[in-house]
Design a protein around this ligand. Structure first.
Ligand code: PPY
Length: 283
């Protein structure tokens, strides 16, 4: 088995891979779509990609790719704590309050807005392919007054000095990473295992009043617990949406199929994006 992740080495996604699949070789990709396509093309068996951050919300590129571009089930999920640190080349360490530009993944920048505004006078922040990619770039430009937001492993990997630890704006900062593959595979037995989730994509008929209410009722009277609902544009016109629904239970033979049949009878379309075990790292 081979895994793929958003690289380079020492991204948060790499940390998730190391946590879940320490025994498999892994391949770094520059973008999330590249990583997902690598499963489709069978370069790798499992793609590990970020899906949602507690502070910044969904990683839309992942969600949209799953909805529009590929037909790969979600096989598992890891929710992991995220600590963002400001790091610089060691030559710039005395100068970190005067940095001119900060690089990182856009999600990481968004998690640290308050810090950048208050402590670095609203310094310019520029999106990079990943946090570790930004750290690598900063390491390669030692003479420039620039910094990166990334994790501790990235600082170590690329030889940067941490100027300020834990710069994310809210203490509870977790990200959900999902595992995508063509074939089912065994997930490790770990104390961080919490339970099963099922993720559905529901498409409503156009302009049908009360349709969403009726969809939600199909779950409610069966006591199927929704843990997330989110809309994403269908990209066919302003105002057209898919609803992505997470249930806190495994796909069974009765309740979820019953809810799906009821929803389809309302002229909605339902696709199961996955029914999968999830793991939660506390620290
Ligand atoms: O850029 C990374 O390190 C990633 O793995 C994506 C990401 C960015 C911010 C929080 C969690 C994951």
């Amino acid at each position: 088995m081979k895994t793929g992740y958003l690289g380079p080495k020492a991204t948060f996604t790499d940390l998730a891979v190391r946590e879940m699949f320490p025994e498999y070789p892994s391949v770094a990709y520059t973008t999330i779509p590249d990583c997902i396509e690598a499963v489709v093309n069978e370069e790798i068996d499992i793609a590990v990609v970020p899906l949602e951050n507690a502070l910044e919300g969904s990683v839309n590129i992942t969600l949209d790719y799953l909805i529009h571009e590929v037909d790969l089930p979600i096989r598992g999920e890891l929710s992991a704590p995220i600590r963002q640190h400001l790091m610089v080349h060691p030559d710039q360490l005395n100068n970190w309050k005067e940095l001119k530009k900060i690089y990182s993944h856009t999600h990481a920048i968004a998690q640290c807005h308050k810090f950048l505004h208050q402590e670095l006078n609203g310094v310019r922040a520029e999106g990079f392919t990943s946090t570790a990619g930004a750290a690598q770039y900063v390491a390669e430009h030692p003479d420039q007054p620039i910094g990166a937001i990334a994790n501790e492993l990235a600082a170590k990997e690329y030889g940067l000095a941490i100027a300020k630890y834990d710069i994310h704006d809210f203490a509870y900062n977790h990200t959900r990473f999902i595992f995508l593959s063509k074939q089912p595979f065994n997930l490790p037995i770990k104390p961080d295992y919490v339970g099963y989730k099922t993720t559905l994509m529901v498409t409503l008929p156009a302009d049908h009043s009360g349709a969403l209410h009726q969809v939600l009722s199909a779950f409610a009277w069966r006591k199927l617990n929704l843990i997330k609902i989110e809309s994403r544009p269908t990209k066919t016109g302003l105002g057209n949406y898919f609803f992505i629904v997470d249930l806190d239970t495994a796909l069974d033979d009765v309740l979820i199929p019953g809810a799906i049949a009821e929803i389809e009878a309302l002229n909605c379309h339902v696709k199961v994006l996955g029914s999968y075990p999830y793991y939660q790292l506390k620290k």
